[in-house]
Design a protein around this ligand. Structure first.
Ligand code: AMP
Length: 115
């Protein structure tokens, strides 16, 4: 199945739930996070339903690379000179939506190690 009708992010791909979309390619959709954790906080997702980044990497190393390239393009269009990218993989580290997504964060300073 390409999309899961029960999945929140699949509903955004389908246009059934509104989102502030900043980039759409053949395989990637990027939209602003509804609860931003930084001045720029954008989610980049594959337009195929896959549970997390680990599964996406197995399904298509090319597609997970496309997410990173799209993040770079979006960061440039947002005027960021540096940015942080995060995949949360698993509920134990905070994954709450089980459709693979890359967080792109920027526009403020970030601590390391992350919390
Ligand atoms: P994660 O906790 O890594 O699974 O990230 C899920 C992200 O999705 C969170 O940062 C949420 O704020 C974000 N989110 C949830 N619902 C929406 C929505 N309808 N539109 C945009 N972002 C959302």
């Amino acid at each position: 199945m390409d999309l899961d009708p029960q999945c929140l992010f699949c509903k955004i791909i389908e246009g059934d739930i509104p989102a502030d979309i900043v980039l759409r390619t053949a395989n990637v959709l990027a939209f602003r996070d509804i609860t931003p954790q930084a001045p720029t906080h954008i989610l980049l997702i594959p337009t195929v339903h896959v549970e997390n980044a680990a599964e996406l990497a197995k399904l298509s190393p090319t597609l997970i690379g496309e997410l990173m390239i799209a993040a770079q393009e979006v960061a440039k269009s947002e005027g960021l000179d540096g940015y942080r990218t995060v995949f949360n993989t698993g509920a134990s580290v905070g994954q709450s939506v089980f459709h693979a997504h890359l967080h792109l964060l920027g526009g403020r300073s970030f601590a390391w190690p992350p919390g």
